[in-house]
Ligand binder design. Structure first.
Ligand code: DGL
Length: 278
């Protein structure tokens, strides 16, 4: 029950409202890739991960449905846990409802967006493939992002239900066969946090570097929540795209503080997280 979990949370950190959790939200396991990137750079913070796995994938739903699911999730989270900041670790939810969430929630809210501009700079005139869900590609927000890249050659493409396949097969990812377009691209953008689970395979299949928005979202979170990096930063992931490793990295060691996994899919997400970081 939420109240039992709350006692557990209090026992773990003894937190009050002032120093609550940094909450990572996704439709399911996708946002774990962003949590891992954040834990790598800021290992000393109190993280709470909530996946709405029972309702994933979000990508084929309407904007209204997505907003009401995210709202309901935050209603439950805020009733049970102290929150210091939230990361909408889901491109789809960011694309369709980040403005509404920012207006409603009483703490800073950071989203994740396709790293399109860094990829376009890197591609230097070559074609850029933008992979994202149907809802993301159909959103006004991502429409504006594409328009802001001017005359750059961008090919938006929805790889079917790839997020749903990853969600279902998270412990046997070799079974997932991403459907990717043919052609030669100079760079590809993973505009969905679920796809980051397959970044190496997608990069190998397309024979081009892949970009994700995770490093950018973590930098933004650091600004709004005043985070300071602790320990060593391996620092080769670079969202400005001027290095070859432009995607978020695997974390090689256990974060100082283990994230707290909440909600009915907590066990699944926790198990997946520890697979992701080693
Ligand atoms: N991981 C999410 C994203 O970044 C959602 C995918 C989905 O639920 O369809 O878009």
């Amino acid at each position: 029950s939420p109240s039992a979990s709350y006692v557990f949370a209090e026992e773990r950190g003894g937190m009050g409202m002032d120093n609550g959790y940094i909450v990572f939200f996704d439709s399911g396991v996708g946002g774990l890739t962003l949590l891992a990137e954040c834990a790598r750079r800021f290992p000393g913070e109190d993280y709470l991960y909530y996946g709405d796995n029972a309702n994933a994938p979000y990508g084929g739903r309407s904007g209204e449905e997505i907003l009401s699911l995210v709202r309901a999730a935050f209603g439950g989270i805020c009733a049970a846990y102290p929150v210091r900041a939230a990361v909408i670790a889901c491109n789809t939810a960011t694309a369709v409802c980040i403005d509404a969430l920012r207006a409603e929630l009483p703490f800073p809210v950071v989203g994740v967006e396709p790293a399109l501009r860094p990829a376009v700079r890197f591609a230097a005139g070559g074609e850029v493939l933008l992979l994202a869900t149907r809802a993301t590609l159909g959103s006004a927000r991502v429409g504006r992002l594409i328009a802001s890249c001017g005359s750059a050659a961008i090919r938006p493409y929805c790889p079917g239900d790839l997020a749903g396949e990853i969600e279902k097969n998270i412990f046997r990812l070799s079974r997932v066969r991403p459907s990717l377009p043919g052609g030669q691209f100079a760079a590809a953008v993973l505009g969905c946090t679920h796809y980051v689970w397959l970044k190496d395979r997608i990069s190998a299949a397309l024979r081009c570097p892949v970009f994700d928005g995770n490093a950018g979202a973590v930098s933004r979170l650091a600004q709004v929540a005043g985070l300071r990096p602790e320990g060593e930063m391996s620092g080769t992931a670079d969202h400005r795209g001027d290095k070859t490793n432009v995607c978020s990295e695997k974390v090689q060691k256990m974060p100082e503080k283990r994230p707290f996994f909440a909600g009915s899919s907590a066990k699944k997400n926790e198990k997946a997280f520890y697979r992701l970081i080693f």
